[in-house]
Ligand binder design. Structure first.
Ligand code: UDP
Ligand code: MG
Length: 315
């Protein structure tokens, strides 16, 4: 199978028939073998009934319905588990992404060797104040922190080599950082393509400004886990030791000065309290690192590596 198109959706009943008809048209025109996986993320409208009807007409249109709303990341993650295509496309259900972009995204993965291609909504049809401007800032920070040169991390329209989606786990609000997750997993060829963006035709947006707060916390998590997730002691141990050492040196200084300067009431000196606090923080950090290390040691994935290729051995 050439293509699996994974579409997370919540309350998009009006868009679905139009979207699926458009996808079918593009697939037929390009002679792709494909499947569409509609991920109903706890819709409360009639989206699921619409999906059932679409499937009855074309069995290549498949669906998974969540018991409740789990979020876009969860929907993508669950969809990624069942894909059969060589190339996976993700796109939004609201007709803001155009299915006409699929063939060229497919070519970039199949022929140009990209592992992941992210859409770039260069000309964007969303609210300027709540979406476009915060988004610029968000993308700049993510670019800086991750070292990945993409303009638009959060574009719903993306293409992946199947191996990529099978090697990453998307949860929380991390659908915005899939390129970062892919990079940590060792996929180097990450590209972007300018894609057409369209105004929302039906329904309303599911994401407001608060997504940026959660988004940034998730970025911190990803960066931290990517760097120190398997060796927490290298972070906490280092800082813990430094803090403790600093407090310890201060204490020694205080004790010496007590005798030299005949300063008898150590507790009268602010530095005394500082030294205590710094040593305590140091111990706590060290302990956190130690506990982290114990957890990492027992984690089921402690020895799961991604093998890129093999020679002389069965693949
Ligand atoms: N979506 C989802 N679960 C959610 C929120 C959104 O599956 O909890 C879907 C939504 O139906 C749409 C896509 O994610 O297909 C992008 O959402 P939306 O268009 O509201 O975001 P925006 O384009 O405004 O950033
Ligand atoms: Mg949208």
């Amino acid at each position: 199978m050439d293509l699996s198109i994974v579409i997370p959706l919540k309350d998009e009943e009006e868009s679905l028939p139009e979207l699926c008809a458009w996808i079918e048209k593009v697939m037929q025109a390009n002679n792709f073998s494909y499947e569409v996986i509609l991920m109903d993320d706890g819709s409360t409208d009639s989206s699921w009934e619409v999906i059932e009807k679409l499937h009855a007409k074309n069995p290549l249109i498949k669906g998974i319905k969540f018991q409740r709303n789990y979020g876009k990341s969860a929907a993508l993650n669950e969809g990624f588990k069942v894909v059969q295509g060589d190339v996976i496309i993700t796109m939004d259900a609201d007709l803001q992404d155009s299915p006409d972009e699929i063939p060229s995204l497919f070519q970039m993965i199949k022929n140009d060797g990209y592992d992941l291609v992210s859409g770039w909504k260069k000309k964007r049809y969303d609210n300027v104040l709540t979406k476009n401007i915060p988004s610029k800032f968000f993308n700049a920070v993510t670019r800086k922190m991750s070292g990945i040169k993409l303009h638009d991390f959060n574009c719903g329209l993306k293409a992946y080599r199947r191996k990529v989606v099978q090697s990453i786990e998307v949860y929380g609000e991390m659908h915005r950082y899939i390129p970062v997750l892919a990079k940590w997993a060792g996929f180097r060829k990450i590209g972007e393509k300018v894609v057409e963006h369209r105004p929302r035709k039906y329904g309303t947006t599911k994401f407001g400004w608060e997504r940026f707060v959660n988004g940034f916390l998730d970025l911190t998590t990803i960066m931290f886990i990517g760097k120190f997730g398997k060796k927490p002691m290298q972070f906490f141990g280092l800082w813990g030791s430094l803090f403790f050492l600093l407090g310890f040196i201060m204490s020694i200084y205080l004790v010496i000065s007590k005798f030299v300067d005949h300063e008898f009431a150590l507790t009268n000196r602010p530095a005394f309290y500082l030294a205590m606090v710094v040593m305590l923080i140091g111990t706590q950090l060290f302990l956190a690192g130690f506990l982290g290390e114990m957890i990492a040691r027992n984690a089921p994935e402690r020895n799961s590596y991604l093998v890129e290729d093999k020679i002389g051995l069965e693949k």
